[in-house]
Design a protein around this ligand. Structure first.
Ligand code: NI
Length: 300
């Protein structure tokens, strides 16, 4: 299956998280299928991803250990209801935060990958309570399951970006396959929430000049990160918080994942501590300002 290559190459580490996917076939039919798959989370540091990319080491060929979601009941709910057609909605008015000048302020962008998912709603509530806007990099295959969450992200003033359709390592795909991953996700986000992203986060941070070229053709800039909480690995409120705060510096882009409940629980404390240290939390577009399609950015 499509995820096999990625899973093998990135098996160095981890325990995958199953995601519900209707990537193959019609939404209604494929929604019956739970795929324990694409979450084979590889190194989420850009440099680590590059190492993986060049590694021929058999060490990376250790079999991946997959686990399905530990709460199948939750997902049973998902798959027994027909996937509701997401209606095209006009771009909602976004309550833009007062213009922040990140040349003057100490700005940091919190980013959340791999959603939308079952915990996104709770995270949005925490962000709203703290009056903080963040950036969500969405998996196209998950968007159709939670279209209302995507709309809520946009309505809440958050930025949404593209994180591919099925989370492959893009550097291993043909250019046409990369384009499909990207355009299918753009269409899903547009369909769900009426907006078209201009930012793309490549899974595992894996990019190459060729991949960047494809992204540029589709008017997307690549946004990586310079602070990795490794929340997908530690699944610990304490460690995720420690890593976020240890990496905090002006202009930082912090990587987290809203598909993990520990991450969602960590966020209020992270926000509180960053505010106490004088940081202003902004979206990636607010942090970076103008970006050039086909270029990559790690921080401000
Ligand atoms: Ni990801």
């Amino acid at each position: 299956m499509a995820f096999g290559v990625t899973a093998t190459l990135t098996a160095a580490a981890m325990i995958g998280v199953g995601v519900v996917s209707w990537a193959h076939g019609s939404p209604a039919a494929a929604a019956q299928v739970l795929v324990a798959s694409s979450g084979a989370k590889g190194p989420h540091h850009p440099l680590a991803a590059q190492r993986t990319q060049h590694a021929s080491a058999p060490a990376h060929a250790a079999p991946a250990t997959f686990v399905t979601h530990s709460a199948p009941a939750t997902h049973a709910t998902l798959v027994t209801h027909p996937v509701r057609a997401a209606h095209r909605v006009p771009t909602p008015p976004v309550a833009h935060a007062a213009k922040v000048n990140c040349k003057v302020k100490k700005c940091i962008a919190l980013t959340f990958d791999d959603g939308p998912g079952p915990y996104t709603h709770k995270l949005l509530g925490e962000l709203a309570a703290a009056k903080v806007e963040a950036t969500f990099f969405l998996i196209g295959g998950n968007v159709g399951h939670y279209p209302s969450q995507v709309r809520a992200e946009v309505a809440g003033g958050h930025a949404v970006g593209n994180h591919s359709w099925s989370h492959p390592q893009l550097t291993l795909l043909s250019s046409s396959a990369v384009a499909r991953e990207v355009t299918r996700t753009q269409a899903a986000i547009q369909h769900a929430a009426g907006v078209t992203p201009t930012l793309m986060r490549p899974p595992y941070g894996a990019v190459s000049p060729r991949v960047l070229g494809v992204l540029g053709q589709h008017h997307l800039a690549a946004v990586l990160w310079n602070v990795d909480t490794e929340d997908w690995k530690n699944r610990s409120v304490r460690i995720t918080t420690q890593r976020a705060l240890a990496g905090a510096r002006p202009g930082a882009i912090i990587l987290m994942h809203d598909i993990h409940p520990t991450t969602v629980r960590a966020v209020p404390g992270i926000i509180h501590a960053l505010h106490e240290r004088g940081y202003t939390l902004v979206t990636v577009p607010q942090l970076l300002g103008h970006v050039t399609p086909g270029h990559k950015y790690f921080n401000r």
